[in-house]
Design a protein around this ligand. Structure first.
Ligand code: HSE
Length: 416
């Protein structure tokens, strides 16, 4: 893109202000902010009032503006803004993971059709440059898996409740005050936000455009003191871990569940609002990216990087999708979990394939065994309602019907 970038920004909350700050302090890159569209008329703002508008058309229908930066909270409203902007031939930079997880494929087609760019590095893992890394650096790598900690708020709560003995409610309040949490923090603590990010990364890592409703997520909100004590006794920590893993040539597993991890795991020391991404590939082996996953400036820096990439005409090419369009999500898999339950009825309902360990003492009961992910999907509401908790143990994933369990390393890529 040789013409000067003229920005129209939607939203001036935590990320919008962070972007303004990084833009004004960045010495190498200059751009013009033409208008900022905001909702709240009463709010006092630090910038020149003439910069602000309450009418979205002042940006969307302004021919001078060639880049729309979408940083609002409402995913549905964001979708209409982004869609319209692309149709008007404007480039779009967005941080809205929920909107992307809901509409990614359609929006990629629109950017193609209108010959514009849609960039969204800030939507997944804040300041960690994971999307462009998957898209460019690993474009020809045979990737096995992408996993990590993708949600700052839930990680912040885990850190504060376990190490600083803050109550769950106080830790969440703190995350909200610091601007990490979603306006509806259910998205953070129940694993939805991490799932949206996993859906986005799956498209770039494996060419999988999954329906977000079909990707299983379970969070940390039913965790109890017994679970934390169990983890501590075993020298482990509980983290909320999204996993996207290639099972064979055309099958990918993707889910977000709490996981018991030991001190050798790269995620063990990822605390507070930090995120970490582990990428495993055939040639590169295991790599770990670490950085702040939430907050105005870290997220603003990812938005800045996208705006800067527009200045040299950058566009995602979805290379993995072009390499294999038959890739699909497979939930018919076996994983190993620790499940804290209350009564025998719970275990009659949530059926394990095999049980390795059972423990009961007073009101604390747990079982460790192998379960089909579909059992967890079917019983998600029940587990929530009854305040049960489960966490994955170990990394192995079995495919139902396969002769052996898959550790993809040795297998799929031979097939590929
Ligand atoms: N609520 C999100 C998080 C913000 O805590 O990770 C960044 O996407």
């Amino acid at each position: 893109m040789s013409t000067k970038l003229k920005l129209g920004i939607f939203g001036f909350g935590c990320v919008g202000q962070g972007l303004h700050q990084v833009l004004s302090q960045s010495s190498g890159f200059k751009t013009d902010i033409v208008k900022v569209c905001v909702k709240d008329r009463a709010k006092k703002r630090t910038l020149d009032p003439s910069l602000f508008t309450f009418d979205k058309n002042e940006i969307l229908n302004n021919p001078e503006i060639n880049v729309v930066v979408e940083l609002i909270d409402d995913a549905e409203e964001a979708y209409h803004i982004v869609k319209y902007a692309l149709q008007q031939g404007k480039h779009v930079v967005t941080a809205n993971k929920k909107m992307l997880a809901n509409h990614l494929y359609e929006l990629t087609e629109l950017q193609q059709k209108h010959n514009v760019s849609l960039l969204y590095e800030a939507s997944a893992c804040g300041s960690i440059p994971i999307i462009r890394t998957l898209e460019e650096y690993y474009d020809n790598e045979l990737l096995y898996s992408v996993s990590g900690i993708f949600n700052g708020t839930s990680n912040f709560i885990l850190t504060k409740t376990i190490f600083e003995n803050l109550s769950y409610a106080d830790a969440l309040k703190k995350a909200q005050d610091l601007g990490f949490a979603e306006s509806d923090p259910t998205n953070d603590v129940e694993g939805y936000d991490a799932k949206f990010k996993a859906v986005i990364l799956a498209a770039h890592a494996f060419g999988l455009f999954a329906k977000q409703e079909e990707v299983f997520n379970f969070g940390i909100n039913t965790i109890a003191i017994d679970d934390i004590r169990y983890a501590k006794e075993k020298g482990k920590k509980i983290k909320l871990v999204p996993t996207i893993k290639k099972l064979d040539k055309n099958n990918v597993a993707a889910f977000v569940v709490p996981q018991l991890i030991n001190s050798e795991n790269y995620l063990f020391n990822v605390e507070n609002e930090y995120n970490g991404v582990i990428v495993e590939g055939a040639f590169s082996d295991k790599q770990f990216l670490f950085g702040k996953g939430a907050g105005g400036n870290p997220t603003g820096s990812a938005v800045l990087s996208d705006i800067s990439a527009l200045s040299y005409g950058y566009r995602y090419e979805y290379k993995k999708f072009k390499q294999n369009k038959d890739i699909k999500l497979n939930n018919n898999i076996l994983i190993d979990i620790y499940l804290r339950y209350n009564t025998a009825d719970d275990l009659n309902k949530i059926k394990f394939e095999s049980v390795n360990e059972k423990y009961s003492s007073g009101n604390y009961n747990y079982v460790i065994g192998r379960i089909n992910l579909k059992q967890l999907i079917a019983n998600r509401d029940y587990i929530q309602k009854e305040n049960l908790f489960f966490a994955r143990v170990g990394e192995e994933i079995g495919i139902v019907g396969a002769k052996e369990n898959v550790n993809v390393e040795e297998k799929e890529l031979v097939l590929g």
